[in-house]
Design a protein around this ligand. Structure first.
Ligand code: HPA
Length: 270
């Protein structure tokens, strides 16, 4: 796998000719951030050796290189979800590529169902910790010692300094930000009422189908992580209503400007 990663890195470096330390995964709710990027170069996933190709509606598949908030960044437009049938190695492959490209800080976004009764649909939650409820862990298997240790520390999965900065940005811009624990689960089913209740009892504030694998792999390699989640529906008892992927996308789109501003400002202050 290390050779595959290196081959991808070589292609991307030669094609993009960029050198940056900030990587962004444009998940649900961050699509609009693309418009804020002064794009220098894009590379379709299909052109990158060894790269998986994304399939889900509402997700494009390309790498974007350019300037955001005065900083050079690299962004993934479209990610690979476990529920699509990709193995964990594929889901997390781009993060490993990012690391070998020199990315030190990984910023991610997603959509999630709210479990904390203080949250309302449309809220933006800064992720301060996560619970891995995927049926597996991306680091299971032979450890790649060149990337990181067999037993990685997880005491600060989401960087405290970046979280604090995000709240300062929120305050300065009149954006109400929530904070909490994200539980990652395989999907593709949304939760039953009993499952939402279980995840709440387990200590989570929001539940979604991504991010955790990428952050585990990023932390394995010593990267600094920051994550935000848009609460697109409620899993709180008494508030649960029928939902669809389309509704999730709609709510995320409406909340997008808040998320975009926070991310852009954070990058600017790095
Ligand atoms: N559950 C899991 N994933 C999600 C949800 C949810 O309620 N909303 C958006 N992504």
């Amino acid at each position: 796998m290390l050779d595959q990663i290196k081959e991808s890195v070589k292609y991307i470096k030669e094609t993009s000719k960029t050198n940056t330390s900030i990587g962004i995964i444009l998940g649900t709710g961050l699509g609009g951030l693309v418009d804020e990027i002064d794009i220098k170069c894009t590379i379709d996933y299909t052109d990158i050796p060894n790269f998986p190709v994304s399939t889900v509606e509402g997700h494009h598949g390309r790498l974007i290189f350019g300037m955001l908030g005065g900083k050079e960044i690299m962004a993934m437009q479209g990610r690979f979800h476990f529920y699509e049938g990709y193995g964990m190695d594929q889901v997390t492959f781009p993060v490993r590529v990012m690391k070998l490209m020199g990315i030190e800080t990984l910023m991610v976004s997603n959509a999630s169902g709210g479990l904390n009764p203080d949250f309302v649909v449309g809220d933006v939650m800064i992720i301060n910790d996560h619970i891995n409820m995927f049926p597996t862990n991306p680091l299971i298997g032979k450890n790649i010692d060149e990337l990181g240790p067999r037993f990685p520390d997880m005491s600060q999965p989401y960087d405290k300094a970046l979280i604090q900065k995000a709240f300062e940005i929120g305050k300065a811009n009149n954006i109400d930000l929530k904070e909490g624990v994200y539980v990652g689960t395989s999907g593709p089913t949304f939760e039953t009422p009993a499952e939402y209740r279980m995840f709440r009892i387990l200590g989570a504030d929001a539940v979604g189908m991504s991010t955790v694998p990428e952050v585990i792999v990023a932390k394995h390699m010593g990267m600094t992580c920051f994550g935000v989640s848009i609460i697109t529906d409620s899993g709180v008892p008494g508030e649960i209503v029928e939902i669809s992927h389309e509704e999730v996308q709609e709510v995320a789109a409406a909340a997008q400007p808040k998320m975009t501003l926070v991310m852009k400002e954070l990058v600017a202050q790095m």
